[in-house]
Design a protein around this ligand. Structure first.
Ligand SMILES: Nc1ncnc2c1ncn2[C@@H]1O[C@H](COP(=O)(O)OP(=O)(O)OP(=O)(O)O)[C@@H](O)[C@H]1O
Length: 345
């Protein structure tokens, strides 16, 4: 666990970057720091590994005050990933990943073997190891950045807008990859982003900061979306925060019934029972079947796009299990909101 207790940071030029911050970041969880530009997110992050020293207050990592530890040693025990990866341009990818193990005194063979293993962990082909950073795409470089941070298996990972410089498709892939890795690795992660959707997707808890380094609210995403502490938080989450909450709920509990026959629209299946398209007398339109694990937001979207107003539901093999109506999805969307408000109260 990472604990901030009454932490204050004032830079020599008089700027207060962090104001009286008390915050706990649970072990094995992802805490996301969000807020407008200049509100103190990066300063907060960098105080954890002593790249910035607090003016007052204490920060403990796993019960130990960071200022009582050797700064270089502390940094080697905490993974750090930044935007555009920050890789060493004249070192191969493998050598980049092996940086911290080598600093820790591992022999070259062991460090290289660990680096090769991590390449695979972060979804890169083995031959990427021999290349130099500029020979990789931005998304691939970010993966190398994550691999480098994980090399010595640190319990804590600090990530400062790690996916900020890649396009939205690659960004989603990198987020998926991080969620997958986190299921296996259970690191204590502190993640800085500007992007509310990214925060909702990745965070077990989200801490929202206001200019001047004030923490306004820290809560799990569903609680934050259902009960923002004040107008600042509500505005920051955006007008469509109701829909964002639906992105956290699955479709599983929405009832389903048999696909209609003889109406305006018929759901056409292939011989294996997999939906092919919606068909009417005049035309055929695409169907986008959903699985139980898909979100209520995806279901709502599909219920609006579907010509029949029905959402086709399929099992893991893509075989039709039934259809859900627009009305049922709406009712569940409303119930999801009420439930989140009650839990948060
Ligand atoms: N070394 C420094 N000296 C003086 N002021 C600084 C220093 N580093 C940061 N600041 C100021 O402290 C405040 C907080 O900066 P910080 O980088 O922590 O914010 P941030 O929320 O991470 O911003 P962004 O989202 O734009 O990266 C800003 O006003 C910034 O200008």
């Amino acid at each position: 666990m990472i604990q901030f207790d009454a932490v204050h940071k004032r830079f020599p030029n008089g700027t207060t970057a962090v104001h009286d911050l008390s915050l706990e970041m649970p072990e094995g969880g992802v805490t996301v720091l969000v807020g407008s530009s200049g509100c103190g997110k990066t300063t907060t992050l960098r105080m954890i590994n002593r790249m910035v020293e607090p003016t007052s207050g204490t920060i403990k990592v796993n019960g130990k005050d960071v200022t009582q530890q050797d700064a270089a040693e502390l940094r080697r025990s905490i993974g750090y990933v930044i935007q555009q990866a920050g890789l060493f341009p004249h070192r191969t990818v493998l050598d980049n990943i092996a940086t911290v193990p080598l600093l820790l005194g591992w022999n070259r063979k062991r460090a290289r073997a660990r680096a090769a293993e991590l390449l695979e962990t972060v979804g890169l082909a083995a031959d990427a190891g021999k290349r130099y950073p500029h020979q990789l795409s931005g998304g691939q470089q970010q993966r190398v950045g994550v691999a480098r941070a994980l090399a010595a298996d640190p319990p804590v990972l600090l990530m400062d807008e790690p996916f900020g410089a890649v396009d939205p498709v690659v960004r989603t892939q990198l987020q998926d990859e991080l969620l997958r890795l986190q299921k296996e690795l259970n690191k204590t992660i502190v993640f800085v982003t500007h992007d509310v959707d990214e925060a909702v997707r990745l965070g077990d808890r989200i801490a929202i900061f206001r200019t001047g380094g004030h923490l306004v609210q820290c809560a799990p995403p569903a609680e934050l979306l259902a009960r923002p502490a004040d107008d600042f938080v509500a505005d920051f989450l955006g007008a469509e925060r109701g829909l964002k909450l639906l992105s956290l709920q699955t479709l599983a509990a929405v009832p389903q019934g048999p696909a209609p026959r003889g109406g305006d629209w018929t759901l056409v299946l292939d011989p294996a029972g997999k939906p092919l398209h919606w068909s009417s007398k005049e035309t055929e339109l695409p169907v986008r079947p959903l699985k139980d694990g898909d979100s209520l937001l995806a279901a709502l979207n599909e219920s609006i796009a579907s010509p029949s107003g029905l959402v086709a539901r399929v099992d893991a093999d893509g075989v039709l299990t039934g259809v859900s109506s627009r009305d049922d999805i709406h009712v569940h969307a409303g119930q999801a909101h009420s439930a989140a408000r009650v839990v948060a109260a």
